[in-house]
Design a protein around this ligand. Structure first.
Ligand code: R1P
Length: 303
């Protein structure tokens, strides 16, 4: 943190980020969500040198932030940890992203990711350095983590709002795989590399038959929410019914851009149409969620 209280990569300080947050990958998606912010409240915007976009304003009178983080597990890690360090009280974070479908959801559908596991490249498997231990025969090229869950209450709100907006037939709920590559650990074969991934998607279904999507961030969000330490005792007077002791509540949904069964890919017009409908659904679920206690409305706040 700088001597002005700004975190290193997002460059925001206390009072610039609200307790309720939507996180997306692309800045243009963040801006599209920002169009829904209340017109009569100030809107704060900051793009950091490292490419994080933070927008804070109010939606239906409730302070919210929208943060564009880019892609991948480390970007989610920077975002969650740095935001956690400068916001008092509980955090509710919803990721709204895109994904590939490995189940029944076709392009243009939305998947509510109620749980996630990680698929990471097992670097040792690819080693040809002689002084390393030889790879044992039971070692696999990709590691599969255990499953981490979204906050059930927040996840349900997201699901209900999306169903209200899109209809039940276009909303799927299930287990997501967060991969450390768009290519190798998502089973995309590349003649330029020895990735040993031709059977990856069938291996996913052998281990987790219920897996329905692939993307690159949600697992880290759920994992950090689960690892977040409890809030201090001063919230014990709260009327909130939400009694899990984690200081971060997380949920995620994603538009299906790539159909990994049929190999279809979405058009940019279609993306725009889905985002326009989804943004209010996601924002409604966020502001409707009770938090144990929130950042005090003091003079430092941009809202
Ligand atoms: C890859 O193209 C990116 O798209 C998906 C993946 O998780 C990865 O970050 O997410 P977003 O559309 O939310 O950025």
């Amino acid at each position: 943190m700088s001597d002005k209280g700004r975190v290193y990569h997002l460059e925001v300080k206390r009072g610039e980020v609200a307790n309720r947050i939507i996180t997306v990958g692309e800045h243009s998606r963040a801006e599209e969500f920002a169009q829904c912010l209340d017109k009569d409240a100030p809107v704060f915007r900051l793009i950091s040198k490292r490419g994080f976009l933070t927008i804070t304003g109010k939606y239906k009178g409730v302070p919210i932030s929208i943060v564009g983080i880019g892609m991948g597990l480390p970007m989610m890690d920077f975002f969650v940890r740095e935001v956690r360090s400068i916001v008092d009280g509980q955090l509710a974070i919803i990721r709204f992203g895109s994904c590939g479908s490995i189940g029944a959801a076709r392009i243009g559908s939305v998947i509510v990711q109620n749980s996630a596991f990680a698929i990471t490249r097992n670097y040792n498997y690819f080693s040809d350095t002689e002084d390393l231990e030889p790879v044992s025969s039971d070692e696999k090229p990709y590691n599969f983590s255990k499953i981490f869950h979204a906050d059930p209450e927040l996840c349900k709100k997201v699901e209900l709002e999306l169903i209200k907006s899109f209809g039940e037939e276009h909303v799927f709920t299930g287990l997501n795989a967060t991969c450390d590559s768009f290519y190798s650990s998502q089973g995309r074969e590349d003649v330029n590399f020895r990735d040993y991934n031709s059977n990856l998607i069938s291996s996913i279904h052998d281990i987790y038959p219920e897996a329905i999507s692939l993307e690159m961030e949600t697992f880290m969000l759920f994992h950090l929410a689960k690892s977040s330490t409890p809030l201090p005792l001063k919230d014990s007077n709260s009327k909130n019914t939400n009694n899990s002791n984690h200081s971060i509540k997380a949920a995620a949904a994603a538009m299906v851009f790539a159909d990994r069964v049929t190999n279809d890919f979405i058009s940019s017009d279609k993306v725009h149409d889905i985002q326009k409908v989804a943004r209010n659904a996601v924002l409604n679920s966020l502001v409707d969620f009770d938090l144990t206690y929130v950042h005090p409305d003091d003079d430092d706040c941009v809202w």
